[in-house]
Design a protein around this ligand. Sequence first.
Ligand code: M6R
Length: 615
Amino acid sequence: MCGIVGYIGHREAYPIVIKGLKRLEYRGYDSAGVMLYDGSDLKVSKTKGKVSDLEERSTKEISTSGTIGMGHTRWATHGVPNDVNSHPHLSNSGNLAIIHNGIIENYEPLKKELINRGYTFKSDTDTEVLVNLIEDVQKKDGLKLGKAVQVALNQVVGAYAICVFDKNKPDEIVVARLGSPLAIGVGENEFFIASDASPFIEYTSNAIYLEDEEMAIVRLHKPLKIRKIKDDSLVDPYVQELQMNLEQIEKGGYDHFMLKEIYEQPNVIKDTYRGRLHSTTGIIQMAGVEDNLEKFLNADRILIIACGTSWHAGLVAEYIIEEFARIPVEVEYASEFRYRNPIITPKDVVIAISQSGETADTLAAIKLAKEKGAFVFGVCNVVGSSISRETNGGAYTHAGPEIGVASTKAFTTQITVLTMMALRLAKAKGTLSNSDYFRYLQELELIPEKVLEALNTNDISKEIAAIYKDASNCLYLGRGYNFPVALEGALKLKEISYIHAEGYPAAEMKHGPIALIDEKMPVVVIAPKQGHYDKVVSNIQEIKSRSGKIIAIVTKGDVQVKELADHVIEIPETSDALSPLITTIPLQLLSYHIAVLRGCNVDQPRNLAKSVTVE
Ligand code: M6R
């Protein structure tokens, strides 16, 4: 995810672009850059770091005058976050400038072809390939910018929202979209372009949202024309009147970042397996795993270290890796591991899981494991983070920036990565039958759709939240793959609503926690059809006979639990191993609504920080 901003009109572009980038920084803040055109010169300034760093640098580096400008705030995908990989990128002639939000999946063959044709590249990005492809088309076919962009886009596979400027055609910016958002603000003889409407809300309330596979030439003194990229047909521009205030827009219309991030899960899970999982050929392609396959296959055991929600994802991975790949797995809190003189040998593989990649305890545990000779593999969300740099190899989740302090989409994308890893190892070891292996690949591909369906439980979750919002305690129970989900559900509730909550393996209840159960105790039971259903039904009966209030997460169409529970939340069916990706959704929604109804600050809960960089 990245943020893009553009301006063409009669005002000074620089302040509009910088302010706009600050509003889009939630989309990524690895690096930032700006391009300005002042009637004769095309000026670019870019830097690793935040928009404030760009501001400091650009005011010293370039003259900031000009009524045409483009800016970018980056969440790195291809190439580490550094100055060179920052956008805008220029074509080899220096005439074209581009900003891009998205991923060009087939950039490697395109790059090879361009290199063969004499092009050179300064950065590691897919975007620099695209701008040179456009230039190449322009030169080869003698086309104007708009047409050249269209021809080039018809050759790329992937996702994009782009702005392209040609200094030989300085009265226009060409924009296009596929998969990444792009809004055009229409003012009085001026246009604003941005990833969402927040950068231009104070200048105009008229916005056009490009649809997928559409492009437009945004030209001064001319009406805006929108065309289909594929067949060049004209589309009637639909101008929307913006109703939202600034704060809402930054959250994409959601009341809180947490809710927005919960709803992003179908897309980010897909982003996480896209290009890696090929269900028809049975190939799982994860460079970090492939490069170190022997290490995993020869490992005596896998040790997973993490904190908080990432630790819960690690517990799910323990079940999956042991079941699929038959490699012994242990999961440890990083904070305990680092101080307990653990036995680690060079035959151990350590997997460190972290959304932020900056968690101090996890970082220290990684250093310790490396000192003892273990191979350390990172599963991180933030590209270029300390943990991703400190580990010997790794695989990124593609959740995009997670701003809400309560982790949601990080959890499901971590499980997605770890499941793909388990499947890859199982394939190499032959520990899963061919039919099971292909079945899991296909099921994983169906998860985004099922998560989308699970999000339909929002209303019922809200109703249940209203009933239990004043509870002082809450128990979460699950078995097998859903025991870690119970822990995660309890963590979500306590951290944002400040209600005391505990997660337990359902069968452990009778060893103590059952003493807590009375008519005031809500008990959330995760009871999908697959897994240890009958055992969980018995646990539900035990709670019922002690007058506990049962909120059950069940598979659609369930009959047995429905008869016993006070409330049921129905979710779509999937296999036991993949069920945490679905069962966790209503638990996120339930805690979100309880916290909102209690008037808590959902995105910034008290005493917490998004990344815990101290012990
Ligand atoms: O960035 P990390 O994944 O390393 O962070 C670990 C924990 O601090 C984090 O998961 C924390 O528990 C969240 N607030 C949970 O929602």
